[in-house]
Each structure stands twice: as structure tokens, then as C-alpha cells.
Design a protein around this ligand. Structure first.
Ligand SMILES: Cc1ncc(COP(=O)(O)O)c(C=O)c1O
Length: 395
């Protein structure tokens, strides 16, 4: 049978990146004792009041069809959130509710890109970005995020990759996997480029509320001079520890939302009213569960840095946000994948190979900070033993 070209474009972009995670799960199911530091699930349940709101919504019969844009109460709550944040009026007609940032990114990229177009994205990048871009037929143009620049996307590096085919600069701050958070001046420089070359900026802000103490989140969406060319995507997956509810959104200029609407209707025709109600309640105020996670993940990142940085040549930059720390293992002569596989087999610690996030993290690993401090500490002890043995073998 014949399949559409999109299936070829997406072939191999899914599960292969998560192979070590699946291997770790398999080993665990067979009784092995494995410390799993692969994926980034929130380490707490969603707040009780949100679970109750969702249950109350079901009991109240909020389980009918919605409309393609989203429930009016949710759109109003999102408009209020972004009006507060930007200081300019954001209207409900600028917003489309979608099931999670992932779906929002897919829909947004489908609305902005086609074959022949190019999209510039920082490398390393979140593991699904390649697929989201490949789905559109556009070409991904990776730009190395430099460790010496704190892995923050630099306008000069973007400028070097712009061609007449460039349509979108894809920004992710706070960044997965590196935890980098863009500064005002860096956003201003990207803004100037976007205006000069008439580009869209797509801003994945799913980690907005997981910034570590003392760090300030800034968004290109909040700049009035970019109001006609920034689309943001976000959700309650991280901010409210609620990934399973699949509740997210895209916000951009009204004209953009108008174009996105038929696509959203074709894909979904609206998400669930009881989840929309619960989401509207969630985003009324800053999330206390997010503050708790940010404090814990920041503490654990500091622990990983204190224990591993400098040991056998390992390097651990301190992340500023998110759920992960990245570790440079190149001094041990391994690829990230080789290191992660051997570490799992020999020491029962599962981490993600940096290569799963692009060539920019070749020779690195990513450690999830979502396990208890004691487990992370024990994982560090095992990583140190592993690294020292590798170093000894190489000497
Ligand atoms: C950078 C980034 N974007 C998007 C997503 C997907 O988020 P959602 O659960 O809202 O679809 C994730 C999930 O880990 C992520 O890390």
C-alpha cells in the first residue's frame, strides 16, 4: 500500500531517541534496580483544587463538544494572563486552545511553514522539534547553542543562517534540555533580525514557571514591536504538574489565530470543556506547585554540579530553569549514547544521551532532576565511580 510523504519524513524521528529510557524500563520490569533519570515528569501530582475542578466539571456535565477555538472562559482567562504579562491588551480572538504544547506546536508550524521553507532552531533542541518541523515539509536549520554563551540562542548565529527561504525562528526559553533562559538584550537582538528579515518567531514557553530562584523569564511575545510576528505556545503540563490533561494553547496576532482556526477545527474541533474550566482556574494566579518544583530542581541541579563538575573531566553547567541538568562527558572519550548505555548496564543509572537532542549535545548526557535528592545523590556516586573507572581504563 502507498502512504503519504509525511510518513516518510517522520520515519525514525519518534521512538529511537528514547531507546535508553525504554531499555531502563525493561530492565526494571525484569527486576533490575535502576535509577531512572531519563524523562521529565513533574515530581508531584496536580494541585487538589484542580483535580476537584476537573471532577466537578465532569459531574456538572461539562463533557459536551466545545468549539474550534476553545471554551470562552478559558480564552478569557488566557487573555487576562497575557494582558497582565505583556502590559498590552491581548484579546481572546488571539488565542486557540489545543491539547498541550506539542499539539499547539504542530498546528502552529503547519500554519506557518511548507515545503521549501526553512526554520531556524537552536541545537540542542527538545526531542520532538525535528518531527514537528519535518511534518510540514520545511527544512530544519540548526544553529549551535554555544556552552560558553550559556546555551542561549545568539542573534549573530541566527543571522549567519538566514536565507531568503527562512520563515520562522523557533525559540525555546526556558530551554529543554539545557535550562537556558534568554536575556532581554538577546531577545531584542533576535527581534531586530525578525523585523529586518520579516520572520515569525515561534516561542515555546512551556517551562515559563519553572525558572529557578533569582532568574527572570522574558518572552519575545511581550515586546510590543513584535506583536505582529510572535506566536507563543504553552500548557499546564509543567506549570501545574498536569501533563496528562493535555491542556495547552497558542497565542499570536488575531490574523494568525484566524488562519490557525480552520486547521485546529480540522484536527480536533475543540478540546474538553471540563479540562478548559480546570485550566482557566489554574492560570488565574502564579502556580505554587511550579514554585515548589523550581526550588527542588534548582537545589538538585546545584547538587549534581557540586558532585560531578570537574570529576574525571566531567563538566556540569548550572541550569537556570526546567527539569534537567546536562553533563559534558567528552573528556572521557565517549559519545553521550555510549556513556549512557554503559552507565545503565554497569551502574544501573539511566540518563538520556545528548545526541537525542541534536548534534549540539553530542558527547553530553542529560540528567532529569525529578527524582528525590537522595536518589540523585546516589546516581552521582555511581556516575563518579563509572567515570573514574573509564578514566583509569583510558590511562
Ligand atoms: C520544550 C518542550 N516543549 C513542549 C513539550 C510538550 O509539552 P506538552 O505536555 O504541553 O505538550 C515539552 C515536554 O516535555 C518540552 O520539554
Amino acid at each position: 500500500m502507498r502512504y503519504a510523504p509525511i510518513t516518510d519524513r517522520l520515519h525514525g524521528l519518534g521512538g529511537a531517541k528514547w531507546e535508553i529510557h525504554h531499555l531502563a524500563r525493561k530492565m526494571k520490569s525484569q527486576g533490575a534496580e535502576v535509577i531512572e533519570l531519563t524523562i521529565g515528569e513533574p515530581d508531584v501530582p496536580p494541585p487538589d483544587r484542580l483535580l476537584k475542578a476537573a471532577k466537578d466539571g465532569i459531574d456538572a456535565g461539562r463533557i459536551g463538544y466545545s468549539n474550534g477555538r476553545g471554551e470562552p472562559g478559558l480564552l478569557a482567562a488566557l487573555a487576562a494572563k497575557y494582558t497582565r504579562r505583556t502590559g498590552r491588551t491581548i484579546d481572546p480572538d488571539q488565542i486557540i486552545a489545543l491539547p498541550g504544547t506539542q499539539t499547539a506546536l504542530f498546528a502552529v508550524m503547519m500554519a506557518l511553514l511548507g515545503p521549501q521553507d526553512e526554520v531556524i532552531v537552536g541545537d540542542p533542541m527538545y526531542a520532538t522539534y525535528e518531527g514537528v518541523i519535518a511534518a510540514t515539509g520545511a527544512k530544519i536549520i540548526p544553529v549551535a547553542l554555544r556552552p560558553e554563551k550559556g546555551f542561549r540562542l545568539q542573534a549573530e548565529d541566527v543571522a549567519a543562517k538566514i536565507t531568503p527561504r527562512t520563515r520562522v525562528v523557533f525559540v525555546n526559553s526556558p530551554h529543554n534540555p539545557t535550562g537556558a533562559v534568554l536575556r532581554d538584550a538577546e531577545i531584542a537582538a533576535l527581534a531586530a533580525l525578525a523585523r529586518q528579515h520579516d520572520l515569525w518567531i515561534v516561542s515555546d514557553e512551556v517551562y515559563e514557571e519553572l525558572v529557578f530562584p533569582g532568574v527572570t523569564f522574558r518572552s519575545p511575545f511581550d515586546r510590543a514591536d513584535l506583536a505582529d510576528r510572535v506566536v507563543l505556545t504553552s500548557s499546564i503540563s509543567k506549570s501545574h504538574a498536569a501533563p496528562g490533561f493535555r491542556s495547552g494553547w497558542a497565542v499570536g496576532p488575531s490574523a494568525f489565530a484566524e488562519k490557525l482556526l480552520p486547521l485546529a477545527e480540522a484536527m480536533l474541533f475543540g478540546n474538553q470543556p471540563f479540562i478548559a474550566d480546570m485550566t482557566a482556574l489554574a492560570i488565574l494566579e502564579p502556580s505554587s506547585v511550579a514554585q515548589g518544583m523550581a526550588a527542588r530542581f534548582s537545589r538538585r541541579a546545584a547538587l549534581v554540579h557540586a558532585r560531578l563538575d570537574g570529576v574525571s573531566g566531567l563538566r556540569v553547567p548550572i541550569p537556570e530553569a526546567g527539569m534537567f541538568a546536562v553533563v559534558d562527558v567528552r573528556a572521557l572519550g565517549h559519545s553521550g549514547d555510549g556513556f549512557a548505555r554503559a552507565l545503565l548496564q554497569e551502574k544501573g543509572v539511566a540518563v538520556m544521551p545528548g545526541e537525542s537532542f541534536g548534534a549540539g549535545l553530542k558527547g553530553w548526557i542529560r540528567i532529569s532532576l525529578t527524582q528525590q535528592d537522595a536518589l540523585i545523590d546516589e546516581a552521582c556516586t555511581r556516575i563518579i565511580a563509572f567515570a573514574q573507572a573509564q578514566q583509569g581504563a583510558a590511562a
